[in-house]
Design a protein around this ligand. Structure first.
Ligand code: GCU
Length: 336
């Protein structure tokens, strides 16, 4: 969306929000407006999951709550949206753990490259309440809590020239999320990290400001990056979920019955998102091939070996991560 239109939209939103906060709630007919921001399009699985969330809450508490979803970074980039949730200007946002890392460093756990040895293990860990509860409710100081996780697949490199082996990354400028760990990871690959918001990536590749980026396959189609980067390499360096985060004050002000409905809606959001994820990822691969994207199957071991030393370094620097890291090993040993 045009940046000027976005700015006008954001200004209108802020004026409305100020009126709501000051008690002049004439825009909402006395219903409480619950605002949710995310950075994807209206066909993306995240949006479909949030629509299910909206329907679930409104079918039970619709006389009191009006759930409004703002897609496409309409309210600002992911980092901006997290800030809006922190201050309570909006109530919920979907944010990648990469972007959450600077708000609470517990989210750094997911940025550790090659943390999960398989997609199955990743899913098992995300369904382990023991693991997730320790993360979700530990961010009080940051002013928000996570209420649901959403699958965001496996992240891989894609660029304007083929990346077949780690050495091909040498000297390349690769966009990463605004995450210090990702910057470290790119340095370990001898590449230059270019942290920027998701919405800026297409133009940055098109104008040659960066050589490529790293993300799941939907970035190629839903966000059209496959138009400007034609080589996608399955090196599988991260499985980084999206989190549905909520403002703490908003959650605390809900009655027990209301909280139950919102929590059930969050679970449903994950379910619907994941069902759509599996379908859309297959479609995205076919669609990207039709766009002329070449998918490169590669040996992941050389990529993994090159940056494995980061595990120890990251855990040593952030003691919060140690029990989480141990729990992943336990699940891996027990279940796999
Ligand atoms: C994925 C993820 C988004 C995130 C984006 C990014 O698309 O679903 O939440 O913002 O990656 O790389 O910034």
């Amino acid at each position: 969306m045009n940046i000027h239109i976005k700015k006008i939209f954001l200004s209108l939103f802020l004026i409305t929000a100020v009126f709501s906060f000051s008690g002049c709630d004439f825009f909402s007919n006395s219903k409480t407006i619950v605002r949710i921001s995310h950075s994807q399009s209206e066909t993306h699985p995240d949006h479909l999951g949030l629509l299910a969330f909206k329907e679930y809450v409104e079918s039970r508490l619709g006389d009191k709550y009006d759930i409004q979803i703002f897609p496409n970074e309409l309210l600002g980039s992911s980092v901006k949206a997290i800030e809006l949730v922190q201050t309570g200007a909006i109530d919920y946002a979907v944010a990648s753990t990469g972007n959450l890392e600077t708000f609470d460093n517990i989210y750094q756990i997911f940025s550790i490259p090659y943390l999960f040895s398989s997609v199955e293990l990743y899913h098992k860990v995300m369904e382990d309440k023991n693991f997730t509860d320790n993360i979700y409710t530990s961010t009080e100081e940051a002013g928000f809590e996570t209420v649901a996780w959403l699958d965001a697949g496996t992240r891989n490199f894609y660029a304007t020239t083929p990346i077949n082996k780690p050495e091909d990354l040498k000297g390349k400028k690769i966009r990463v999320q605004q995450s210090p760990t990702n910057v470290k990871m790119m340095a370990a690959f001898d590449a230059a990290a270019a942290p920027m918001s998701f919405g800026e990536v297409y133009t940055a590749i098109q104008q040659g400001v960066i050589d490529g980026a790293e993300n799941n396959e939907l970035a190629l189609t839903n966000n059209k990056h496959g138009e400007v980067a034609k080589y996608y390499t399955y090196n599988q360096h991260q499985m980084v979920p999206d989190m549905l985060i909520a403002n703490l004050r908003f959650l605390d002000n809900l009655t027990d019955e209301e909280r139950k409905v919102f929590d059930e809606a969050a679970l449903l959001c994950t379910k619907v998102e994941r069902e759509n994820w599996d379908i859309q990822i297959q479609e995205a691969i076919n669609q990207a091939k039709n766009m002329g994207v070449q998918f490169i199957q590669t040996d992941i071991e050389p990529f993994r070996n090159k940056i494995l030393h980061l595990h120890e370094e990251i855990i040593k620097d952030n003691p919060k991560l140690e029990p989480l890291y141990k729990r992943i090993s336990e699940i891996s040993e027990k279940e796999m």
